[in-house]
Design a protein around this ligand. Structure first.
Ligand code: SF4
Length: 703
């Protein structure tokens, strides 16, 4: 018989991947995770997807960084070189923690003191805990003394958050995912939850089975469409045409909620006037959806007892991403489909802690809890709490930092757990920017494509190696508990941050992570009623949580919006085309995104054995007719070129990808698709246009 290895302990934690925030239990023996089991958490009730269930053994991978590394003096920074992690000695040498921390912090201090605070920047991580995010932004704001701090929220929902703050005063979701069970109608637009939020997709499918009407709107036809009443496979980049046409129908057929508009909103007349020109008949040829279907869907959304909208990066990652989100907000406001169970607006947050990292202030224009750095009162409050004078100018965003580095204005960076060499648009440009820095400190668990360009690499802890709080897409604050010891000399991130802060001259002496949380709670009203002790006791509590003795508020905006007037605001928008349109030289539209089995830049999931076996190779999905025209068999190699770079990948036939488009996940280092993407930014959210640029596709190539 087979001798089963028995775990000697179990640890209750949460999944480290997507924003759904599934609760799980690690089964551990001898400092190794044997397997993972779903646990009965509010977001998942025991369910897990393939990433949560099988994506754990990256923590034990032989590529883990276990000692601090310092760049060899004779190792030039080659922006376009790749490094086999097994040959790290060619570029780095081992160092003691003392030496590495001294080099790391003194390099940053020297740049600050000779070239000024704004010559430094820091990228924190949406994969770290709230406490780590809080410490990181505090280190930049008080140690670097500027607000040049950002993270990958800039690359996913910055435009949604900008529109939400402007329209309804809060960037977080109004209702949890599981409210789909209470909705009569659900619109999922620009999102592929089956792949990116799989357990959320399972709740949506359950709701459909119970009678909820589902509409899926996306340029690609995805698996969730199989469960939809109507699938709107609209032309890429025409979101505003489609959504304005829906609003036109609602206005002109008298389906608005006049009482809600009168009591709770401002600016309706301007919006009404603006959508007058967007009849479904006029917009059908633009967006590719017939007028009758637009009317039908608009009526269903407006007249349902409770309608909910969930969206993803198909909405946000455009130069008109903020406009797209403004339309969704306007739809909810004009119909009163917000502020009740089963209604509202839900931007599906990507990373496990992108909500929490944003809440904790890992953004260049806001302190914790979205208090603006330009607000003198907010600044005074943080100056008092932190005991340091603070800059009154907002900092630079992710892409702006890279541009400033290439101009020689940003000279030193500290990057914790992010991989801009893979995740930034026009990745060659980002790599040149990183390579041009005088001093780069990277804190990570693997020698990522970004870490390869560092002067000092600090070996950090993986998710199961530390305790901290994480906030999911529903605003649910949950406790991730330590299950393993970090390998070798790797350290917990908060301890590294504390040592770096001390190296920058700050007097940080936190005794434990709970003390960090309690300091954070002092400046975040949303957490006022959620003490560290309560979080330990209850494990999961939703914010805003103003009261120690009451549950948090799962559904918000029930009687007012947190805007200065208490009212929601309509913001009319017109069509703005993508920055780079297909032409004779680059005739295809490139759409980037993710895959079920892999996570973002792949540094964790591609080192998880089961996940890597399920999806081992980089693929480009094309319509079968396009493959035939190109003379490429499924599984054959294609080369994609844009004005910024080229990559070769395996072709996959997918009749859900529209003809003339190619879909590529961005998680493969050997075919880093962001070398091709366009860094053009949405002017408000400063988010790059990952969902649309022009490429050419050619048969063959070298992989
Ligand atoms: Fe993890 Fe998201 Fe999958 Fe849940 S749905 S197991 S949180 S990746």
């Amino acid at each position: 018989g087979v001798a089963l290895v028995q775990a000697d302990r179990t640890v209750d934690s949460v999944c480290p991947y997507c924003g759904v925030g599934c609760a799980l239990t690690y089964h551990v023996k001898d400092n190794r995770i044997l397997h993972v089991e779903g646990r009965d958490g509010p977001a998942n009730q025991g369910r897990l997807c393939v990433k949560g269930r099988y994506g754990f053994d990256y923590a034990h991978h032989p590529h883990r960084l276990t000692v601090p590394l310092v760049r060899r003096e004779d190792a030039p920074k080659q922006a376009h070189a790749t490094l086999d992690p097994a040959r790290w000695q060619e570029v780095f040498r081992e160092a003691s923690w003392d030496e590495a921390l001294t080099l790391a912090s003194s390099g940053l201090r020297r740049i600050r003191d000779t070239q000024g605070p704004r010559a430094l920047a820091g990228f924190g991580s949406a994969k770290g805990s709230n406490e780590e995010a809080y410490l990181f932004q505090k280190l930049v704001r008080t140690g670097f003394r500027s607000h040049n701090v950002d993270h990958c929220t800039r690359l996913c929902h910055a435009s949604s958050v900008a529109a939400l703050l402007e329209g309804i005063g809060s960037g977080a979701v109004s209702n949890p995912v599981r409210d789909v069970a209470l909705a009569e109608f659900v619109l999922v637009i620009g999102a592929n939850p089956t792949v990116n939020h799989p357990v959320a997709a399972s709740w949506i499918k359950n709701a459909v089975r119970q009678g909820t009407t589902l509409v899926v709107a996306d340029p690609r036809r995805t698996e969730l469409s199989r469960h939809a009443w109507r699938t709107l496979q609209f032309r890429a980049d025409t979101d505003v045409a489609l959504l304005n046409a829906m609003m036109h129908v609602i206005v002109h057929e008298g389906l608005v909620d006049p009482a809600f508009i009168a009591a709770r909103t401002v600016g309706y007349e301007d919006l009404k006037a603006n959508v007058a020109a967007y009849s479904p008949e006029a917009m059908a040829p633009v967006c590719g959806i017939d007028a009758g279907t637009i009317r039908e869907v608009a009526r269903a959304y407006a007249t349902a007892r409770a309608s909910m909208i969930l969206w993803g990066m198909g909405i946000s990652q455009h130069v008109h991403g903020t406009d797209n989100a403004r339309c969704l907000i306007a739809l909810a406001l004009m119909t009163g489909q917000i502020g009740r169970p089963g209604t509202g607006l839900h931007p599906l947050r990507g990373q496990n802690n992108v909500q929490g990292a944003s809440d904790a202030g890992l953004i260049p224009m806001m302190f914790p809890d979205y208090q603006r750095v330009t607000d003198a009162q907010a600044r005074a409050k943080f100056e008092q709490l932190w005991g340091v004078p603070l800059d009154d100018r907002p900092g630079l965003t992710v892409v702006e930092v890279m541009d400033a580095a290439l101009r020689g204005e940003v000279r030193g960076m500290y990057i914790l757990g992010e991989n801009p060499a893979m995740s930034d648009p026009d990745a060659n440009h980002a790599r040149e920017a990183l390579a041009s820095l005088e001093h780069l400190v990277v804190q990570d668990i693997f020698l990522t494509e970004t870490a390869v360009l560092a002067d000092v690499v600090l070996p950090a802890s993986a998710f199961p190696e530390k305790t901290g709080s994480f906030t999911n897409t529903d605003r649910l604050v949950q406790l991730g508990r330590q299950a393993l010891q970090p390998p070798g000399q790797a350290r917990q991130d908060w301890l590294i941050l504390q040592a770096m802060a001390q190296g920058l001259g700050l007097q940080w002496h936190y005794a434990d992570i709970g003390e960090v949380y309690e300091e954070m709670r002092q400046c975040m009203p949303s957490l006022a009623g959620l003490s560290w002790a309560r979080l330990q006791r209850e494990g999961a509590v939703v914010h805003p949580c103003p009261d120690e003795d009451a549950p948090g508020e799962a559904v918000v905006f029930t009687d007012h919006f947190p805007t200065p007037t208490g009212r929601g605001r309509f913001v009319p928008v017109d069509i703005v085309p993508a920055h780079e349109r297909p032409d004779a030289d680059y005739p295809f539209v490139l759409i980037t995104g993710r895959q079920l089995e892999h996570w973002h830049t792949g540094s964790m999931t591609r080192r998880s054995a089961v996940l890597d076996q399920l999806e081992p190779d980089p693929v480009a999905s094309l319509h079968p007719l396009d493959l035939e025209r190109l003379g490429v068999q499924p599984g054959g190699v294609v080369t994609l070129r844009s004005r910024r770079g080229e990559v070769a990948l395996y072709a996959r036939a997918d009749d859900g990808t529209p003809p003339g488009a190619v879909f590529v996940p961005f998680c493969y280092a050997e075919a880093a698709i962001n070398k091709l993407t366009n860094p053009a930014l949405d002017p408000v959210g400063k988010i790059p246009e990952f969902k649309y640029c022009a490429v050419s596709v050619h048969a063959g190539g070298a992989l």
